[in-house]
Design a protein. Structure first.
Length: 303
């Protein structure tokens, strides 16, 4: 096949514009955690999209933001590094919100990556009016002269009114912009994240669900041990949920352990299909004071 294309794409935009949701929708399964809390993605997670015409490797980055801690600075540095390496940068704006100074700043910052082709994507069209979508497409289009395409999209309702798949339209557009070349990963591979990393992210997502705004940045998860029992029908997983203060530990555990039990149940439901057996999940909550500002602790937690 002479016209097979493959390459790297990343999605940028303000926190919480739907980057992880779009990554998961294109891959066809969950590789990046999603949360209504901004700033929940912490690593450059690679999701792999296989299409007959080629292969897209999606690098899901943390949202670009003004860093307040050493962790925040390291996340921004990670974004910088990723943007310098990809073939296509997709700039995401939600159809439901007017384009603001943050969007303009990010769109202008793409000047720093002349190698990458740029695509504007207007997301969340399933919850926007036709007028909003039209307005947002025009606003997005006017942000830069060099868009290779401007595409409206819903990752949640991926089929448009005429029955045409919006995700397919985006995947086809992105593949057309990629260099010709063989697949970078074997067919059937959906991510290069390790099993431990994926399990840790699932637990962190469950822990983030329903917590107050000040907590998300303070939560990290480490996998202490994974072992399959001799029968092969059960996997034991021991994990630590790491927070910065005793008060946060109390929030995560909840009244008589009720919240932690619920976090464990939600996480287990997603981990079992991943490991292919029943799971015994034991969660321990520990405090690492101010870990986001401490280079040693950040290193231990994998940042």
């Amino acid at each position: 096949m002479t016209d097979h294309r493959s390459g790297f794409v990343t999605f940028v935009g303000r926190p919480n514009v739907g980057k992880s949701t779009l990554t998961n929708a294109l891959v066809g399964e969950k590789v990046a955690i999603t949360s209504d809390k901004p700033q929940t993605t912490r690593r450059a997670i690679r999701g792999i999209v296989n299409r007959p015409a080629g292969q897209l490797v999606i690098v899901d980055t943390p949202g670009i933001h003004k860093p307040r801690t050493l962790l925040g600075q390291r996340l921004n540095d990670l974004v910088e590094q990723v943007l310098g390496d990809v073939d296509v940068i997709c700039f995401l704006v939600p159809a439901t919100e007017k384009i603001g100074p943050g969007d303009r700043r990010i769109a202008a910052s793409l000047d720093g990556y002349p190698r990458a082709k740029k695509v504007a994507v207007v997301t969340k069209t399933d919850i926007a009016s036709r007028e909003q979508i039209t307005e947002r497409l025009m606003e997005a289009d006017s942000l830069r002269e060099d868009w290779a395409a401007v595409i409206p999209l819903s990752a949640i309702a991926p089929v448009s009114v005429d029955g045409h798949g919006q995700l397919d339209v985006l995947a086809d557009e992105l593949l057309a912009l990629m260099p010709q070349g063989p697949a970078l990963y074997e067919a059937g591979v959906v991510t290069d994240e390790s099993l431990e990393d994926r399990i840790a992210e699932i637990i962190r997502e469950a822990a983030l669900d329903g917590v107050r705004d000040e907590l998300p940045h303070s939560i990290a998860v480490t996998i202490d041990d994974i072992s399959e029992r001799d029968t092969g029908s059960m996997t034991d997983i021991y994990a630590s949920v790491v927070v910065e203060r005793d008060s946060q530990k109390a929030i995560i555990i909840g009244h008589r352990g009720s919240r932690l039990a619920s976090v464990g149940a939600r996480a287990r439901a997603q981990i079992e299909p991943l490991v292919g057996t029943k799971v015994f999940l034991k969660l321990h909550v520990r405090v690492a004071k101010e870990w986001q500002r401490d280079p040693k602790q950040l290193g231990r937690l994998g940042f």
